[in-house]
Design a protein around this ligand. Structure first.
Ligand code: 8GP
Length: 835
């Protein structure tokens, strides 16, 4: 069925005319056409969603033309393809992004206007696919954009979760979670490829036998077989014809299974099996940087990895290549350890299904995979209980034993007698219960290992992957994260984009280093004025939304002090709150004080099971309730918790930021990417020397960055000396007052129990050194306030921040991956029909 194409030349031309034109007239026709033939509506009775769908299909037609051209070009050219394996893709809405990348935003604006509908109104109708938790998933999305923009042949593989990250609502100041039924109204951006499906085995046992040639063989007898069906989403590059696929797998019951049970009359069993199969891709696990060893999660990981590898092998073999040359066709990147089971699965496929010998299979495998680590938190390193693992993947457990045995034999020779090293490098952890260390599996099976910022890559070598670095230093490198300026500037901040382009042209959108041409205007009073005018307008827009969502009225002239990211103790939202309370107290004690007005804006989700994070949200909203309603202070201080932080909301918040809070405990934030987006949009950073902050400060200049706090080294040292938070609490008056107020129920209607865990944790344990950094943080914040008074100087710093952020384009990151790790080149795509 997949072979059917339109043969007649005339027909092809016709299809292209109706569906690919980029003029206003063509777009208008296309919208009406889709409204009529796809939605079955005429304009007078069409709903907003009908229009949104019609518009999206009109855009998708134009993507598909580029997509088929890309596929054709890739297949003809035999180019190495990047395969990005990620359990998460936090894409954000597609429509506006595709208009920008197609270069038809203006045309579409006019087309819709002439049809009597507002484009922004339709753009806002899109429900974003929240198929990720936070930084790791969003990075995958930025990388897909850059791969296409750099014209690199690539496929992104992942899971088509029916329910993405939960929606956050705030009730009585607490987070409540609601399901994210994002597919409810249909998804015009995906194409179901029913014909592209693979079977995936789960559970059961392994039989061993000798075949006729005397070869030792394994036969996996599964308890359950599920089917993965491909759903493709086209990812178009910016103003190029390259359109890559994001291929997400949906789990279903294979037909054969239903038949067996139905025929034997066991209807219940058949229905249950169907539900079990469909459950695998049902929901995204909402944990960010924590692990929970749940069977379903392991099944999810294996499910999408197996489908993806089978798909890649199919592509490779269909090109007439030999299985031994798989690694010539594909470079496979593991986005953290979630897909690391791919190393064992590759071995299984090569050995059991494609009859390679062990050494050959291992050679192919270890030339195929590369692994990116995204966290230094030891509790976030994935492990699986060995028994649980064996119950889901019995064959892979055998393979991991064998991989480990061969590897440890090699290690033993090299490290002679160092049992500590041997056990640290072993894939299998010993303890009361044995467990599988996924990071070790990833390291052993990959030819390259990288961290996501210079400091992070350095710390990896010294801490969590120390023994791996000692063993194979040649595998290690750094690839500092980046973000796509298409979404995070052009799309989210069109006014700033226009102002920049007016001065330096539009080249910077693809070559972000060219932003440096803005530096010459940093001292120009006229330019400063326009720059700050854009900022003010973005703050006004956000103020409106804040009022609508939270009922809090904020002053756009005040400093917008913004911390938006997942709620986590290591990110230290509570440090920010302690500063906020300190300002509140200063104002209460001295109402006449001349203070720079600030609006504290927080947003971010807490993992549903993470009690302390949820308590931090309650603390923010509680302090907010008091401060926002106190006439002594509320014209100078406001506190906002903006609910349901996601890509859509992030796009609205970043452009309005004056101050970017990047205040994690040094040595804990692997990179951060929000820090980059905020700075690109002209926010100044207050931050620790953590993650990519270090590199941001390097490029923007230390005079344009507000630095505070202990360094990673000092943090380690302090811990080793026996850190005692209580002494900090006792010795700093303002700190003590703030903490005592929280404890006494001052912000919680005199309820002195509600924040008890949080307070006790801070004064007696404080694992993230909040109290140790408080004084330095508050002193630095005082400097920020002073700096904000000098409008011209602030504008200058803001312009220089944007001007110097070129390094943090994901285009730069992807170019480094292409050159150093994947060894792939650009393949420009010509539209079918063009020559
Ligand atoms: C995040 C890091 O926390 C963040 O610093 C970084 O910018 C981002 O990855 C992209 O590299 N890490 C995770 O989201 C993470 O580790 N998640 C799962 C592995 C548990």
């Amino acid at each position: 069925e997949e072979k059917e194409t339109v043969k007649s030349e005339n027909k092809e031309v016709l299809i292209q005319d109706a569906r690919t034109g980029l003029t206003v007239e063509a777009l208008k026709k296309a919208i009406l056409n889709n409204l009529f033939y796809v939605q079955g509506k005429y304009p007078e009775i069409a709903t907003r969603n009908d229009y949104y769908m019609a518009l999206s299909f009109a855009v998708r037609d134009r993507l598909l033309q580029r997509w088929t051209s890309s596929v054709k070009q890739y297949l003809e050219g035999k180019n190495r393809v990047v395969s990005y394996l990620s359990a998460e893709y936090l894409l954000g809405p597609h429509l506006a992004n595709n208009l920008i990348n197609l270069g038809i935003y203006k045309e579409m604006e006019q087309a819709t206007q002439e049809l009597g509908v507002n484009l922004q109104w339709l753009i806002d109708k899109e429900v974003e696919p929240g198929l990720g938790n936070g930084g790791l998933g969003r990075l995958a999305a930025c990388y897909m954009d850059s791969l296409a923009t750099l014209e690199v042949p690539a496929i992104g593989y992942g899971i088509r979760y029916q329910f993405g990250i939960f929606e956050q609502d705030i009730r009585d100041g607490w987070q409540v979670e609601d399901t994210d039924n994002w597919l409810r109204r249909g998804n015009p951006w995906e194409i179901a490829r029913r014909e592209l499906n693979y079977e995936v085995k789960l559970g059961g046992y392994v039989q061993h036998y000798m075949d006729r040639d005397g070869r030792y063989r394994s036969n996996w007898m599964p308890e359950l077989t599920v089917k993965g069906v491909a759903y493709d989403t086209p990812i178009l590059g910016y103003k190029v014809n390259t359109c890559n696929a994001l291929r997400l797998w949906k789990s279903e019951a294979p037909k054969s299974f239903d038949f067996q049970s139905f025929n034997s009359g066991d209807y219940n069993h058949a229905v249950n099996q169907k539900i079990i199969c469909e459950n695998i891709s049902k929901v995204l696990y909402p944990n960010d940087e924590t692990i929970s060893g749940k069977i379903l999660r392991l099944q999810q990981q294996y499910f999408f990895v197996s489908c993806s590898l089978q798909d890649m092998i199919g592509i490779h073999l269909r090109q007439g290549e030999k299985i031994e040359d798989f690694n010539v066709t594909f470079a496979v990147q593991l986005n953290d350890t979630h897909p690391a089971i791919a190393i064992a699965e590759m071995m299984r496929l090569l050995l059991d299904e494609h009859d390679l010998e062990w050494v050959d299979a291992w050679r192919v495998t270890t030339r195929t995979f590369a692994y990116t680590n995204h966290t230094l938190l030891p509790e976030a390193l994935e492990t699986w209980d060995l028994e649980l693992f064996g119950s889901v993947l019995p064959r892979h457990l055998e393979l991991i034993y064998e991989i480990n045995k061969r590897f440890l034999d090699e290690v033993t020779i090299k490290v002679y007698g160092d049992h500590q090293k041997i056990s640290s490098l072993s894939i299998i952890g010993e303890g009361p219960r044995k467990f599988i260390k996924m990071a070790n599996l990833a390291c052993v099976g990959s030819f390259a290992i990288n961290g996501v910022a210079a400091l992070h890559s350095d710390l990896l070598k010294k801490t969590v992957l120390k023994d791996w670095y000692a063993y194979s230093p040649e595998k290690f490198s750094n690839k500092t994260n980046g973000v796509t300026p298409r979404r995070w500037m052009v799309l989210s901040n069109p006014k700033l984009t226009a102002l920049i382009s007016e001065k330096i042209g539009e080249n910077w959108i693809k070559h972000l280093d060219e932003l440096k041409n803005l530096e010459q205007y940093a001292d120009d009073p006229e330019f400063q004025k326009s720059w700050m005018q854009v900022k003010l307008e973005m703050k006004q827009e956000l103020a409106k939304r804040i009022l609508g969502k939270t009922g809090v009225k904020v002053d756009p002239e005040s400093m917008f002090d913004i911390q938006v990211k997942r709620i986590h103790e290591y990110k230290r939202q509570h440090l920010n709150v302690l500063h906020l309370i300190t300002l509140y107290n200063r104002l209460k004690q001295n109402p006449k004080m001349d203070m720079v007005p600030r609006t504290f804006i927080f947003a971010g989700k807490a993992a549903p099971g993470y009690k302390m994070a949820k308590l931090i949200i309650k603390l923010i909203t509680s302090v907010g309730d008091l401060v926002n309603n106190d006439p002594d202070v509320n014209h100078r201080l406001k506190v906002v918790f903006y609910p349901n932080y996601n890509v859509t909301n992030a796009q609205r918040i970043y452009p309005a930021a004056d101050l970017s809070e990047q205040i994690s405990t040094a040595g804990k934030e692997a990179s951060g990417t929000g820090n980059m987006k905020l700075s690109m949009n002209g926010a100044l950073t207050i931050g620790t020397l953590d993650g990519a902050n270090v590199e941001i400060r390097e490029v923007v200049g230390e005079e344009n960055f507000f630095l505070f706090g202990l360094t990673a080294e000092e943090v380690t040292q302090k811990r080793n000396e026996g850190y005692d938070p209580y002494t900090y609490y006792k010795s700093n008056k303002e700190l003590k007052l703030a903490i005592d107020q929280i404890a006494s129920g001052y912000f919680s209607h005199l309820d002195d129990k509600i924040f008890k865990d949080l307070v006790n944790n801070l004064i007696y344990h404080d694992p993230f050194l909040v109290l140790a950094d408080y004084e330095s943080y508050v002193a630095c914040q005082d400097k920020v306030s002073e700096a904000f008074r000098d409008k011209a100087a602030w504008a200058r710093m803001s312009i220089l921040n944007t001007a110097r952020m070129g390094k943090f384009s994901s285009d730069r990151s992807i170019r480094e991956y292409c050159d150093d790790i994947w060894k792939v080149k650009s393949v420009p795509v010509h539209l079918n029909g063009d020559s």
